[in-house]
Structure formats: structure tokens, C-alpha cells
Design a protein around this ligand. Structure first.
Ligand SMILES: NC(=O)C1=CN([C@@H]2O[C@H](COP(=O)(O)OP(=O)(O)OC[C@H]3O[C@@H](n4cnc5c(N)ncnc54)[C@H](O)[C@@H]3O)[C@@H](O)[C@H]2O)C=CC1
Ligand SMILES: O=C(CO)COP(=O)(O)O
Length: 310
């Protein structure tokens, strides 16, 4: 809808023809965004070839589906087209960032990343939102910010693409921990401590990747961490709360996408490889894989040796 502000002919491709047909008929995604009509300029299509003419594409699929989608898309994308990654996650198994996945599958495209604190429903309602648009080429980032910003959807540009995608991927894992604290009624003070110590984990990890600290302190890092760790609207937070109520990991997603559940293992492996300690993310991964339960995780985090804050 943002892309179709003041514009028509925005193709919305979807992989499930019946879903696309319902969108075209009802002009509303009743399951995900009830009561929020599709903008007049959006044309739903189940035919991937219909995006061939586009010079700018937005990839809004689960991170673990990104490779498959981009691979199918590749024959339809012209050289120099821009592919904007909207997924927040790291590919399991390969431990590739989304920009690496897209570069491998879509070498003809210019890559950008859109990330930051923005629940789809808030954006769709036209509530004020500010997010980061990153591209290594600053001129491209500037052009995309101008192209996609609206009065209520403000884009800030960055050239630190890796920093932006690291923040987006990590905050989902940390939000699961915040949801668990909520589920166990540990209180607002514990939540604030989790956000601050989770952010310290992100900063340490970021340092090992050589990303800019200001990026992690910005919208796509701290901004999205605060949003996702502070709202039951977040699916990752909701997963954590359900886990804390004793639900099994698969059931606890309630059929919704919780990217942190897929990214946790990759994040932990990356950190280990780099000798970086990320105990909160490690606890989330250990719970998701059934190695410890929520009580044991809380106990382990509380019993860590006392140390200097930084
Ligand atoms: N929903 C939100 O508020 C926000 C979501 N994101 C990110 O955007 C990404 C997508 O999230 P959502 O749109 O909420 O998820 P979603 O679960 O609604 O999925 C988005 C679309 O991808 C399709 N899809 C699923 N598997 C697919 C596959 N294998 N091949 C092709 N299409 C497939 C779904 O049918 C759906 O139409 C995630 O990485 C999420 O972190 C980022 C910011 C906000
Ligand atoms: O990334 C988001 C908000 O910025 C959406 O969070 P969830 O995927 O946890 O719902």
C-alpha cells in the first residue's frame, strides 16, 4: 500500500493463487490485515512473470523462503533492477544474511534492505512510522527513500547494509526472550534489563562483523528491538509468552511466522564462531530446541557471574 501511494500499477505477487484471487476479489487481506483495504493502485497477481517490467521489487516473504522465491524470480528480473529485502532473518543451515542469499540468486539486481520498527498494521493504518533503507550505494539509498517515503512512512537512508540486516535478524530472537519474561510475569524492570542486555549482545556481535555502532543504535537496531520486545503485537514476543505458558515450540507459534525461531540457531552459531557471548539469544535457542526449559533459562541468566556492564 505504501508503494502504491500516489501511484498505480503496483503488482503484488503471491505464491498461492487462491489467496491472490481472494485479495483481488475482496481488496483486503482478511486473515492478516482485516479491515485494512488494499490501495487502489495495487494489482494482485499469481503470475511471477507479471513483475518482469518492474524496476524496483520488494521481497516480503519469510526469510527461510527468500532463496526459493528469488530463484524463481530470477528469469523475470532485468539487469539493474532494484531488489529491496524486507525479510528479517538469517538463512538456516547456510547462515547467510538475506543480502547474501539475494546476491547469489539474483546477481543482476542491485540490493537494498528495508528494516526498522514497523508493524504492518500500523503502516497500513497510516500511523507514523520511521524505518531505515540501506544500500551500499548511497545514491541508490537516497533515490529509494525519495521514491517510497510518504507523509506517515518516513525512510532514513544508510549505507551500512549488513548492520541493518543484523539488527533486524537479532531483535526477533531477543523479542522471544522478552515475551518469555512477560509470560512469567517477571515485571517491567526485568523487561528493561532484557532489552538493555540484549542490546549489549547485539553491539558485541555487530563489532565482530565490523558494522557501524550508530546503525545498531538507530531505527533498525535499538528502535526495532524496543518495539518488538515491548509489544504483544509482535509474533516473536507472543511466541515467547506462549512458550513461558508451557506450550511446545511448534504449537506456541499459533500458526504465525516468528522469524526469531528460525534465526536463533544461526545467530548462536555465528556468535560462537566469533567468540562472542550472547547468553540471552543462547537461552532462547536452547529452549526452542528443547535442551532446557524456561525456568532453567531464567535461573542460568540470573546466576551468571557478576561482571562489568560494558
Ligand atoms: N508483518 C510485519 O509487521 C512485518 C514483517 N516483516 C518481515 O517481513 C517478512 C515477511 O513477514 P510477513 O509478511 O509478516 O509474513 P507472512 O507470514 O504474512 O508471509 C508473507 C507472504 O509470504 C508468503 N510465503 C510464505 N512462504 C512462502 C514461500 N515458500 N514462497 C512464496 N511465498 C511464501 C505468504 O503466503 C505471505 O503472502 C518477515 O521476515 C518479517 O520479519 C518486517 C516488518 C514488519
Ligand atoms: O519486525 C516487526 C516489527 O518491526 C514485526 O515483528 P514480528 O515479526 O515479531 O511480529
Amino acid at each position: 500500500n505504501v508503494a502504491a501511494t500516489g501511484r498505480s500499477g503496483v503488482v503484488l505477487w503471491g505464491h498461492r493463487p487462491e489467496h491472490v484471487a481472494a485479495l483481488a476479489r475482496e481488496r483486503e487481506n482478511r486473515a492478516a490485515l482485516p479491515g485494512l483495504p488494499l490501495a487502489a493502485g495495487v494489482a494482485p497477481s499469481a503470475d511471477l512473470a507479471s513483475v518482469a517490467a518492474a524496476s524496483v521489487l520488494l521481497g516480503v516473504v519469510p526469510a527461510q523462503a527468500m532463496r526459493e522465491v528469488v530463484r524463481r524470480l530470477a528469469p523475470h528480473v532485468s539487469p539493474g533492477a532494484v531488489f529491496i529485502i524486507c525479510a528479517k532473518g538469517i538463512e538456516r543451515g547456510t547462515r547467510r544474511f538475506m543480502s547474501e542469499v539475494v546476491a547469489e540468486e539474483l546477481p543482476q539486481a542491485q540490493i537494498a534492505v528495508l528494516s526498522g520498527p514497523s508493524f504492518a498494521a500500523d503502516v497500513c493504518r497510516g500511523l507514523p512510522t520511521a524505518v531505515t533503507l540501506a544500500a551500499e550505494d548511497e545514491e541508490l539509498a537516497r533515490r529509494l527513500c525519495e521514491l517510497l517515503s510518504t507523509r506517515s512512512f518516513r525512510l532514513y537512508r544508510s549505507t551500512d547494509l549488513r548492520g541493518v540486516e543484523l539488527g533486524g535478524a537479532a531483535k526477533n530472537v531477543l523479542a522471544i526472550a522478552a515475551g518469555m519474561a512477560e509470560g512469567r510475569a517477571l515485571g517491567a524492570s526485568a523487561r528493561a534489563a532484557l532489552i538493555a542486555r540484549g542490546f549489549a549482545e547485539l553491539m558485541r556481535l555487530g563489532k565482530s562483523f565490523g558494522v557501524r555502532q550508530e546503525t545498531l543504535m538507530g531505527l533498525s537496531g535499538l528502535g526495532d528491538l524496543v518495539l518488538t520486545c515491548g509489544s504483544a503485537q509482535s509474533r516473536n514476543f507472543a511466541l515467547g509468552a506462549a512458550l513461558a505458558s508451557g506450550e511446545a515450540p511448534l504449537a506456541a507459534t499459533h500458526g504465525k511466522l516468528a522469524e526469531g525461531a528460525f534465526t536463533a540457531a544461526a545467530l548462536v552459531e555465528m556468535a560462537r564462531e566469533r567468540g562472542v557471548e550472547i547468553p540471552i539469544a543462547e537461552a532462547v535457542d536452547a529452549i526452542l530446541t528443547g535442551r532446557i526449559d524456561v525456568d532453567q533459562a531464567i535461573e542460568a541468566l540470573l546466576m551468571r557471574p557478576l561482571k562489568a556492564e560494558a
